[in-house]
Structure formats: C-alpha cells, structure tokens
Design a protein around this ligand. Sequence first.
Ligand code: MEV
Length: 312
Amino acid sequence: MARGSGYGKTILFGEHFVVYGFPAIAAAVGSTTTAIIRRKSEPGWTLTDNRPAVPGYKKKKLDEQTQSIENILRFADIDLSEQGLTITLGGKLVCASGIGASAASCTAIARALSEEFRLGWDDNKVNACAFEGEKGYHGTPSGIDNTAATFGGIVWYKRDPAGGPPTIETIKMKEPTDILIASTGITASTKEVVGDVRRMKEEKTKWFDQITEDYLDIVNAARQGFDDHDLQLIGLLMNQNHNLLIEIDVSCVEIEELVGVSRQAGAWGAKLTGTGRGGNMVALTPGRELQNNVFGAVKQRGYSAWRYQIGV
Ligand code: MEV
C-alpha cells in the first residue's frame, strides 16, 4: 500500500491567458487530496472516490476522470493485465471547479504510484505524470494546475507554446496572507470553456491581442507587487484581471455576485479563479478579521466558502 497527496490551488492571475503562453500566478491552498494505492489479485483498476465535493461535481467529471487515470497508468508504464490495483481518493480538499481538484488528484495518484512501484520519481517527474492525467480532463491543459498541485507555494508559470518545458519559478512572500475562496456550486467543463475562448480568440484576433497586452501589464505588475509585498496593488490588479475575464465572457451571474459581495465587505481584490462560468471566486482579505467579515458576507448569501492562507 502507498499514499500520495496533491495541493488544491487558486489562480491569482492568468487563467485562460496561460493556455496561450502568457505567464500566470497560482497559489497552493492548505488542503490536499490524498490517494491510496493497493494491489489486488484481479487485473485492472478500481476507484473509490471519497473526496468531499460540491453536489454533481464527481458525476460530471467521471468520464474525464477515467480517461485521466488511464493516461496516468500509461505514463507510469504499469501493466495491470495480471495483478491490478485499487485507488482510493480522499483528503480535505472540497472538489469544486476552480480549486484544481482534478490536478490535485492526478498529483496524488502519481505520487502514490511512484511509491508503490518504487519508480523513484522526483517532483518534476510527478508533475509530468500529473500533466498527462490532466489531459484526460481537458485535451490541452496549460499545466499550471498540476504544477501548483505538485510544488505548492506560489508559482509563476509560463508554458512554452512550442512544446518545450514550461518556466516555473517560485514566488516568495515576505509573510503569508489571507484569502477567501467561495464556490458558485456550478461545475463548469474546462474543456468547453477553454474551447469557447479559443474560438473567440481565433475569430477576433485583434480584440484578443489587445486584451492579452493589457493582461501582460497586469501580471508583470503583480509579480513586482509580490516582490514588494504590496498587497493593495495585488488586490487592485486582481480586480483588473477580473475585468478582462468578463470581457472574454468566462464570468457569470453567480461569480459577479460573489465578487460584488466580497468587495463590498472590504476585500482588497476579488476575481473568478480557474475555468469560470461557475466554479470559484478568490478574494484577497489580509488579516483574520477582514477574512472573517468577507466569509460571513458570502455565507449569508448561501454560498460555500473556505478561508486559506497563501505564501505559507
Ligand atoms: C483551469 O484551472 C485554468 C485554465 O486556464 C485552463 C488551463 O490552464 O489549463 C482555464
């Protein structure tokens, strides 16, 4: 028997833009998904998914999850034709779109496999395996989710559109700060939403180029903001990033409500995080008191929310 784990994540800057090779910033959150691998005498694999999740999430993702596990087993080159294995997923991370639940489970499974079959994988190899798993969820993942799930902390991530290795840098914060993540309860299909954005990009090239130019200014300023520990600036830039996400039509009524309520309750910045069209919102809420205030305001509207620290 072997066990592995992977972090949940929140994208602070750059969902969707990261798919096209623009840099993005993601932070791991302090909840993980765990995977336990056990061998069994029958061939093939079985899955027991005990992860907590928003209603409907696991059912909606089941086919993609099956494809993902097949990808991972192929990458690990494990022959299950005679002796099989069971995979049990658990952990505290509540699965909802936007929290990197699929990537966290891919990383957890990759780690457990490496342990059980004595593959000796380092984090880079675990990450490469989790990336193959992520392809089961949507054909063309940028790789940011599995990178945050594997390495933790705050990462600056830039994929190479030509297929070379991505740029992965750790961003150090002077001290951790508080965020709030809230869920719309709606499970979006990353494949569908990424596909819609790609179509828009191809149909209206000039418009999309202008948006990405604006985005680049935002993410570069954010990087500087982290270096200077200027949380006010980071919050402002999160709001600006959110405006661009509205422009590319990946927000929705529920996200706008969450963003509005959070800002009204004093959040320094709030934006959708992850795929959008449902999924999650992230708000920057430095200080426990502010974090609790925003948490209370969001809960009052009936949404689920989680308090985390980033930069730990
Ligand atoms: C999903 O968490 C983030 C997206 O940018 C897709 C990706 O990066 O693969 C929407």
